[in-house]
Design a protein around this ligand. Sequence first.
Ligand code: ATP
Ligand code: MG
Length: 563
Amino acid sequence: MRLSQAFVPTVKEIPADATIPSHQLMIRAGMVRALAAGVYVFLPLAQKVLARVMRIVREEMDAIGGQELLLPSLSPIELWEQTGRVKAFGDTLFHVKNRPLVLAPTHEEVVCWLARNHISSYKEMPQIWYQIQTKFRNEPRPRSGVLRGRQFLMKDSYSLDRSREGLDRAYDLHAGAYKRIFTRCGIRFFIVGASSGAMGGTGSQEFMMESPSGEDVIALSEDGTYAANLEVATSIVPAAVRVPGGTAIEEVHTPGVKTIDALSAFLKVDTRCLAKSVVYRAGDAHVLVLMMGNDSLNESKLMAVLGTDVRPLEAEKLRELTGADGGSIGPVGLRGFTILADNRLKGANGLISGANRNDYHLRNIDLERDCAIGGYHDLRTVEEGEPSPNGGGNLRIVRGIELGHIFKLGTKYADALGAMFLDENGKESPVIMGSYGIGIERIVACHIEQNHDDNGIVWDRALAPYDVHLIAVSARSAQVTEAAEALYGELGRSGVDVLFDDRKETSPGFKFKDADLLGMPYQVIVGEKNLAAGKIEIKERKTGTRTLVPKADLVATIQNLLS
Ligand code: ATP
Ligand code: MG
């Protein structure tokens, strides 16, 4: 492609709303334009990259026996009502105004509808169906460019099985395919393990990439073998040790002392001897959670234990129930609360906690002896530097972006929509499903997040829109033009995909800047001086390494570099 004719509207200015590198670079490199918030136009360079990603995805999906189909975006709302997902998606679901239809945010319902109508016997399974299709989600405040669009391409696949073993197999096949897809796309990723629970499934893994632009927070072991969302991550921390002697509780006056650190300094004791009380409202119930010292309570873990939403208990209510304010609350003699404690405090004694009387604390508390603990659970949030639970070194807390998700759905959707089949014994059973998604544009944006420098994008060969960026440095020189034109023809004939900067009026400086910004793996630079010596310069974008090769060897050298 000749840059003089190509529609590649590069710009110098970074738009104010583009805050992350991939968003900024995709706009600067003339790849995308925002038509509306979260809605993007993909220009020719971006379309070429998307095509490369989709090709890799299709090859790997086909290799695990996936069959490509195409499901519609318009979907009868009735199906979504039957699975309860009109409510579950809430405002994220786009509704159609003049028909009882929604714009599909994902396709479990439609797949189940297909299975209900066309799969009737165990003999017709297993099946793996996949598509690459546009999804619609009314994401609140999208602000990360194509990483989070309101309309985006997803490869979604669904497995239909007659047994749990079948589902396990389909799931493992997908895990393998996903590893190959992200590896081939040149993305460094990690896998975050099963956070079963809220979604009701039996297993799920997220394929993630570390990035400060990410919205998920993950605990990652040094060696990368442990990765878990902070919401469920655990670590190895020493539990409380019982101290000898069963000393009776005594009250201590602690005027104005409200925080754990202040209390520890005031009483000259280690923070680990202090039991901090955190109070919540959970529906109509009141919950007091005891945490060791400065450990921070993990609300997600608490919600998982209680099976319901929680919110902090209002100050007035707390005073009404305990007669004291936050900072002086404790588990001894407390009424009207369910008391839970973090595992770390299991069986602890010699503890100090609030006296439920402002400016007073109690010491020598023995949780077993003095309190009615309703249960010990893992309720703490892990911290940077704590040992990983699997022995993989210390934990780092990083931000991540979800690239893909594999999920054992089980029979949840088949039950709701009546997708049944007759098993070997003639018994009717619900189809066992798995669902597996990958964001196509998100792969592109993530690739750029990981592969760029101050000057622009640094494409990996697998995704680069072109293999080579050929630059006729001074297109006013007849020799340069003639040599560059000849190379353009030869490279093209030998199967190399070339973007040719043949622009006549553009200065060499601009051409070099654009070549770095667009980021093709190799730049072939045809300059007057080198040409006079029979040489052509090759610059590797990634390393900046420049080599001079005889003009006659150029095509072979490039072919070598690309193979
Ligand atoms: P996220 O937590 O980032 O919102 P999700 O859990 O909603 O993702 P899934 O429903 O599992 O995502 O969708 C499968 C894949 O589709 C995701 O792993 C991601 O790569 C991609 N994806 C999801 N939402 C978007 C979006 N708004 N824009 C672009 N890609 C998306
Ligand atoms: Mg989402």
